[in-house]
Structure formats: structure tokens, C-alpha cells
Design a protein around this ligand. Structure first.
Ligand code: BTN
Length: 271
């Protein structure tokens, strides 16, 4: 049945098999950014696992301070976590969340979801989900980490700026029908908690193992734009910290910690 109503927290919580993630949900019709609201709640001492969802965001943001279009029909939400780790390790949460999102899409809908470094989930080569983790620190350790996830669920292409339409897809576009966002979110929250436990127990290897299985771009030729630099080579792996390892033409290897990956197939299409 087509879903016309908003997301209902009570419906999500019914049958939610988590210990803490999603046990408290704050739902809004419109906010600037769910990450903003979650960060405020976190600084006021809210419990770990608290989730903030909004039907739309007026100032949704993505990586590298980019705007994140957040029209009606998407799933825009942030989770407050309190991992006892050093700030540099918090970025691994993004990889864990990407695995959780890609697996949930695969398992619920049978779609061939894949991960593109560092945090994009793609279906049919187009972006369907993005993740932005923001941390606040106390002394040497993380006080809270807010993991913000945006899923193009029941969004239509015409709700996005024209310049983005070719590079985005949604679950509705791929499945040719609307999904039940509450059911999807419940399954995703369960998956996030599953992988978050590995992270908290310092078993990052297990997350990386799954990440590699989903990262079909590994082994392919890519262009990486990092800060002001552009490098080309074969994406060979990610290291223990989630940095991308690129093998250059001269055989040397470079590690990239931030930037954008463009597949060579996409480059040819642009020519
Ligand atoms: C990216 O791919 O650049 C990351 C996009 C992250 C978007 C989500 S939507 C929920 C949360 N609130 C935000 O403002 N951003 C994240």
C-alpha cells in the first residue's frame, strides 16, 4: 500500500529488537538538520541510542560542508552514540553505518547495494544514502558522536535540483513502488546496533570484512580528489583506520583520508 503519512515512532518501536538504539525517538516535521538537534540533545546529556528523525530538513548537510537536499519522503535521521574512543577512531562509525545501510537495503529489497568510499551507498551506480558523523570531545576522548544518515526512500527525482538528478536514485525509483519507511528504519536501527557493538568491542576488523564485500569499487581504476590534489590509480583497499589505499601507475601506494572518489567509468561518461 502506498505510504502517504509521516513516520510514526511508536510503530517503529513496536517490535524493535535493540537494547538502546531507537528506544527513544524524537520525531519532527521540519528541522534545520537532524544532526543539529541530536548534537544539542547530546550536549544536554540525552541517553545513548536516542534517535532524531525529521520529515524534511531545511539545512541538511553532507560531507565537506555540502548541502544535502532533504525533501519529503526521505528518511533523514541522526543517532546519538557515546563510544569510549579517541576522536580519530570515531570516523570508523561512518563505515559501520554504511555497512548497516547497504545490508539492510540488500536484505529487505534484494537490491544490489554497494559502498563507495568513504560513506556513499549506491544502487545502480547512483547514490541512495549518505552518512555524516559529527563528534564532540571531552578531554582526550569522544563525549558523543552523532551519526546522521540520509536515505532517499520515497523521494521522487523531481524533488531534487536538476544538477543532482543523474547521480541520485531512491528506493521508490528502484522498486517502482513506495516502501514502508517505518519498517525499513526499524531494520536499519537493528543493524546499526549490531555493527556498533563490534565497534565498541574494538572488533573493527569484522566491520571492515563486511565493508570490503560491499565495496565493489575496490580493484577498479579511480580518480581521487583530495583537498587540492587529484590522483589516479587503482583503489586497492582500506586500512585499519578507514583510509583508502590507492596504487599509482608507478607502483607506489598512497593513503587518502578525505576526498571524493570518481570511477573511471563515470569519467568516460562525462567525456
Ligand atoms: C554525505 O553523503 O555527504 C552525507 C549526507 C548525510 C545526510 C544526513 S540526513 C540526516 C543527517 N542530517 C544532516 O544534516 N545530514 C545527515
Amino acid at each position: 500500500m502506498p505510504e502517504t503519512s509521516s513516520i510514526h515512532p511508536e510503530k517503529i518501536k513496536k517490535g524493535l529488537k535493540t537494547e538502546f538504539i531507537g528506544q527513544r525517538i524524537h520525531h519532527f516535521t521540519e528541522v534545520t538538520s537532524t544532526n543539529d538537534v541530536a548534537k544539542k540533545l547530546a550536549s544536554n546529556g540525552v541517553e545513548e541510542g536516542t534517535v532524531v528523525i525529521s520529515e524534511t530538513q531545511t539545512l541538511g548537510r553532507g560531507r565537506l560542508s555540502r548541502r544535502w537536499a532533504s525533501p519529503q519522503g526521505g528518511i533523514w535521521f541522526s543517532t546519538v552514540l557515546r563510544p569510549q574512543v579517541k576522536p580519530k577512531d570515531a570516523s570508523k562509525l561512518t563505515l559501520a553505518a554504511a555497512v548497516a545501510a547497504a545490508q539492510t537495503i540488500k536484505e529487505m529489497f534484494g537490491l544490489d547495494a554497494e559502498i563507495k568510499w568513504p560513506n556513499d551507498v549506491l544502487v545502480s551506480g547512483k547514490k541512495i544514502c549518505g552518512i555524516l558523523t559529527e563528534t564532540s570531545t571531552k578531554g582526550e576522548t569522544v563525549d558523543s558522536a552523532v551519526v546522521g544518515i540520509g536515505i532517499n526512500a520515497n523521494t521522487s527525482p523531481d524533488a531534487f535540483p536538476e544538477s543532482l538528478r543523474n547521480s541520485l536514485t531512491s528506493l521508490k525509483s528502484e522498486l517502482c513502488e513506495e516502501i514502508d519507511r517505518g519498517d525499513f528504519l526499524r531494520a536499519l536501527l537493528e543493524k546499526i546496533e549490531y555493527y556498533y557493538r563490534f565497534f565498541a568491542e574494538e572488533k573493527f576488523d569484522l566491520i571492515l570484512q563486511e565493508w570490503r564485500k560491499l565495496a565493489s569499487f575496490l580493484g577498479q581504476y579511480v580518480e581521487v580528489i583530495s583537498f587540492d590534489e587529484k590522483i589516479m590509480g587503482r583503489a586497492v583497499d582500506v586500512d585499519q583506520n578507514g583510509a583508502l589505499i590507492v596504487k599509482l601507475e608507478d607502483g607506489s601506494e598512497r593513503k587518502v583520508t578525505t576526498g571524493d572518489v570518481i570511477m573511471w567509468t563515470d569519467l568516460y561518461e562525462r567525456l
